[in-house]
Design a protein around this ligand. Structure first.
Ligand SMILES: Nc1ncnc2c1ncn2[C@@H]1O[C@H](COP(=O)(O)OP(=O)(O)OP(=O)(O)O)[C@@H](O)[C@H]1O
Ligand SMILES: [Mg+2]
Length: 262
C-alpha cells in the first residue's frame, strides 16, 4: 500500500516536488503521523536540544524529501520558525515542492566568498506561515566539497541562531560521501527506510557510516509501510522507528496503520 499512486520512470518528486499531504489534508491520519514524528524528535534526543535535524537514507528514492518537507510543515504549523534546507545538491527537489526559483540557494551561499551571509537575500518564503526555504541552488561541479566545507558548518550555526528549527534534506549516505562532515555537525540524523525497497544490509551499512562519522542517529522512519506488514521490524538496537503508510485500502476501511518499534 502506498501513500500516493506511483508513476513509472523518473521520480515525480524530481519533476514536480514532494506531495505535501500536511498542507493538502491537515486532518488526515498521515498528517497525524508526521506530527507524531515531530513530537518524537524531541524525545529521541535525551541529552541535548534539537535545533537541526537532517533526513537521509541509504539509497536514492526512499522518501527523504517527502518526509523532510512534511515534517518541516508540521513544525511550522505548530508555530515554530522553521528553515527547510535542500542539501541534496545532486537531486534537488525542495524548490519544486514549494514552487520556488532555484537560481540562488545553498550552493550559492556556500561557494560565495562574501564574508557575511545575508539570509534575507537567499532564503525564500514558502507560502506557509513560519516556514522558510533555502533551495539547493544551481548544481555545482563539487557538491561534496561544498557540503563538507567549514563554511557549510558555519552556515548551520548561523541558521540555528536564526530559526527555532532547521530541517535538512540530505543526499543518501551510500550514494555520496557528502553527508558525513555535515551529519556530524547536526543535532540529529534520521534515516528514512522504504519498506520493500531498502535492503537490510544497506540500512546496516548506512548506520555504520553515520556512526563512524560520529553523527547522532536519532532513529529511523519506515516509509511506505504496507498494513500487511504491520508487525515487521528491522530489529536493530538503535533509536526508534516510526511508520507511515496510507493506501487505497486503508482509505476504504478508514483505517490507518502506524507502527512504532523499539
Ligand atoms: N509513502 C509513500 N507512498 C508512495 N509514494 C511515495 C511515498 N514516499 C515517497 N513516495 C514517492 O517516491 C518517490 C521518491 O520520494 P522522495 O523524492 O521523497 O525520495 P528521496 O529519498 O528524496 O529521493 P531522492 O534520492 O531522489 O532525493 C517520489 O515519487 C514520491 O512521491
Ligand atoms: Mg530527495
Amino acid at each position: 500500500m502506498s501513500l500516493f499512486k506511483k508513476k513509472r520512470g523518473i521520480d515525480e518528486t524530481i519533476k514536480k516536488g514532494a506531495k505535501l499531504i500536511t498542507v493538502a489534508d491537515p486532518k488526515s491520519p498521515v498528517t497525524e503521523q508526521f506530527r507524531t514524528i515531530r513530537t518524537n524528535i524531541k524525545f529521541m534526543a535525551v541529552d541535548h536540544d534539537i535545533k537541526s535535524v537532517a533526513f537521509t537514507s541509504a539509497n536514492i528514492s526512499e522518501g527523504k524529501s517527502t518526509v523532510a518537507a512534511n515534517v518541516a510543515v508540521t513544525y511550522a504549523q505548530a508555530g515554530r520558525k522553521v528553515l527547510l534546507i535542500d542539501a541534496d545538491l545532486r537531486r534537488p527537489t525542495v524548490h519544486r515542492t514549494f514552487n520556488l526559483s532555484n537560481h540562488v540557494g545553498l550552493s550559492t551561499v556556500i561557494s560565495s566568498t562574501a564574508k557575511k551571509v545575508d539570509l534575507d537575500e537567499v532564503v525564500q518564503d514558502s507560502g506557509i506561515a513560519d516556514l522558510a526555504i533555502l533551495p539547493a541552488g544551481p548544481t555545482p561541479p563539487n557538491p561534496s566539497e561544498l557540503i563538507g566545507s567549514k563554511r557549510m558548518q558555519d552556515f548551520i550555526s548561523l541558521v540555528e541562531d536564526h530559526y527555532d528549527m532547521v530541517i535538512i534534506d540530505l543526499a543518501p549516505v551510500l550514494e555520496v560521501s557528502d553527508t558525513q562532515e555535515l551529519a556530524r555537525r547536526l543535532d540529529g540524523i534520521i534515516l528514512v527506510v522504504r519498506q520493500g525497497k531498502t535492503q537490510k544490509a544497506a540500512i546496516k551499512r548506512a548506520v555504520e557510516i553515520l556512526n563512524f562519522s560520529k553523527a547522532k542517529v536519532l532513529g529511523f522512519i519506515m516509509n511506505d509501510i504496507s498494513p500487511d506488514n504491520a508487525g515487521y521490524g528491522y530489529g536493530y538496537g538503535y533509536g526508534y522507528g516510526y511508520g507511515y503508510g496510507y493506501g487505497e485500502e486503508d482509505k476504504k476501511k478508514k483505517g490507518f496503520f502506524s507502527g512504532r518499534k523499539k
